[in-house]
Structures are given as C-alpha cells and as structure tokens.
Unconditional design. Structure first.
Length: 251
C-alpha cells in the first residue's frame, strides 16, 4: 500500500496564517488537498488568494486569540464553513523581550495566554469533534525554546516549554481515540517574529555561525513537516516534537 501524504477530503484550521510560518503551512495544506479555515486577528488577504489559487476552499475567521473567549466560536465557524475540522495547526504566537530583572507581569501573561492557554483550549474544542469522528491531527508550533532557555524571553521559553508538555499530555489521552498530537520546533526562521534578531548584526552573525545549514530558515521549510504531521503518513507518530532547525540542536 502506498504511503499517503495526501490531505484530499480533509478540513484544516490554521491560526495566525496571514503571514510567516502560518501562511506557509496553510498554503501547503491546501496544496496537499485540504480545505483550509484561517483564524486570526489580521486580514489574511494574501493567504486566502494563495489557497484559492490551489483550487481549495478557504474560510476566514476573525478572532483575537490573546484570550480563550473566541475559541468555541472559531471551531463552530470552521465546522459551519468546511463541515468539520480534521487538522488543527496551532501557529499563532507572540514574543516579548526584556531583561529578566524587569520583566513585567503583562509581558508574562500576554505570551502565556496566546502561546499556551489558547493553544490548549482551542485543541480541546477541536478534539471533541475529532474524537466523535474517530480521528484527527493536532500540530502545535513549538520552538527551540521548548528545549532551551533563550535570553531575555522568559515568558516565551515558559510558554513554548509548556507547548511541549501539553503536546505530550494531549497525545497520551487522545491516541486511543485515533487523534495524533505533535509539535514542530522551528529553528531560526525569517519572519516578523525574528525581524529584531535579523536586524541585530552581532546576534545575526552568532546565530548563523551555529546553524550547520548556514542560513536562516524560510517559512516554507516548516511546511513539509506540517503536511507530514497532518497526513496519514504520520499515523503512528504522536507526542513528538519535531525540530526543523537546519541542525541547530545537533550542535
Ligand atoms: P509572525 O510572522 O509574527 O506570525 C505570528 C502569527 O500569529 C501572525 O499571524 C499573528 O497575527 C498571529 N497572532 C499573534 N497574536 C495573535 C492573537 N492575539 N490573535 C490572533 N493571531 C495572533 O511570526 P512567525 O515566526 O511566523 O510565528 C509563527 C509561530 O512560529 C509562532 O508560534 C512562533 O512563536 C513560532 N516560531 C517562530 C520562529 C521563528 O524563527 N520565526 C521560531 C520558533 C517558533 P498578526 O499578524 O495579527 O500579529
């Protein structure tokens, strides 16, 4: 039997897909055959056009994911538009940088709420339908700071380490129900999220020196892993955090 990376007939929901990694993943899922719902606070005009150009259906859901208030509505609108949610990609995320000794409660809560709390409760809401239908895929976007501490980003390190934890926790309970839950840990990818690092000549050089592949990643570098983890080809993979980092963690 041929191994299937096809997502034909599947419905996916991707958060934060107006730009960056989320956009690349949403378009790749459509190219692999899925209809795609987008949930985010900014208008994803370009992403909608790219998905529709593949011939797949695209549903746009306006939602500020800094709290769990819109979570059930997001799932309801995705189901109303696409009939179901087979694949959830929790990509929306923020980062706040400041010295540890003055790091504020606001910068702590904002990152923990968007990057971890909403990710968990959106997954919970999506998983109910997946369990009812006997299958599904949840892909969380983690980080190298799921494994490392970083510098001047304590709430991001805490939230992304938490993403690794809840990925495994969800995987354990949902595996018997046919739902796989995995995460992708992107390395240094050139997006809005890392614009400050790319613009800092010293940090940029230090980062490039450590990446065996010798370049920043492109959002498209993450898309192949996302399609794999959304497809039947990964049906026996669950609770895993897959680094897509040009070899960073191997150093
Ligand atoms: P990005 O270009 O800044 O994209 C982040 C996405 O999340 C945007 O669509 C953003 O929408 C959305 N978002 C943020 N807060 C939101 C909110 N309250 N409600 C709804 N949507 C919200 O950065 P990116 O690099 O592609 O990041 C995507 C994910 O990858 C994040 O989880 C990030 O932590 C992770 N990651 C990135 C890297 C990297 O090197 N770039 C490395 C490891 C992990 P707006 O445009 O409206 O802000």
């Amino acid at each position: 039997m041929a191994i299937s990376f096809s997502l034909a007939g599947k419905a996916a929901l991707v958060t934060g897909a107006n730009t960056g990694i989320g956009q690349a993943i949403a378009v790749a899922l459509a190219e692999a055959g899925a209809d795609v719902a987008l949930a985010g606070r900014s208008e994803p005009t370009e992403t909608i056009a790219l998905i529709e150009a593949t011939g797949r259906k695209c549903v746009n859901i306006k939602a500020d994911l800094s709290s769990i208030e819109p979570v059930q509505r997001v799932i309801d609108e995705a189901v109303a538009g696409l009939g179901k949610v087979d694949i959830l990609v929790n990509n929306a995320g923020i980062i706040r940088r400041d010295d540890l000794l003055q790091f504020s409660e606001e910068d702590w809560d904002a990152v923990m709420d968007t990057n971890l709390k909403t990710l968990f409760f959106l997954s919970q809401a999506a998983a109910k339908g997946m369990v009812e239908r006997g299958g599904g895929k949840i892909v969380n976007i983690a980080s190298l700071l799921t494994f490392q501490g970083g510098i001047r980003v304590p709430s991001y390190a805490a939230a992304k380490s938490g993403v690794g934890g809840v990925t495994k926790a969800m995987a354990n309970e949902l595996a018997p129900k046919g739902v796989q839950v995995n995460a992708i840990a992107p390395g240094y990818i050139s997006t809005n999220n890392t614009a400050a690092l790319q613009g800092d000549e010293t940090r940029n050089r230090q980062i490039l020196e450590r990446i065996p592949t010798g370049r920043w990643g492109d959002p498209k570098d993450i898309a192949g892993a996302a399609v794999f983890l959304a497809s039947p080809a990964s049906d026996y993979v669950t609770g895993h955090v897959l680094a897509v980092d040009g070899g960073w963690l191997a150093r």
